[in-house]
Write a protein that binds this ligand. Sequence first.
Ligand SMILES: [Zn+2]
Length: 99
Amino acid sequence: MTSDLTFHQLTAARPPIAIDYHPIEGPAQQLLVSGEQLHANACLHCGTDQQQLLTAGHAYTHAGGLAWVVVACAAHLARSQEHSRAGALEQPDAPPPVA
Ligand SMILES: [Zn+2]
């Protein structure tokens, strides 16, 4: 059993991907992201890849149910964590909840 999806040829030209985003702190959100964002190559919120990107939690795709580590730029990460500081990172490969 592998812990990672076989990489599809996702590019910026592909349509958005619906994910359930689980921040390090706070409730899950449903977002539409690009392949670059899903693969932690761009900020989950603004899509920049020109700034330092920090781990911002993880996401589940609806189709696969696998966890992806996602990142955000410092400004967006600070905003999402302004209420509390994360004491420990969740394991990015934790099994997804099965409904
Ligand atoms: Zn950002």
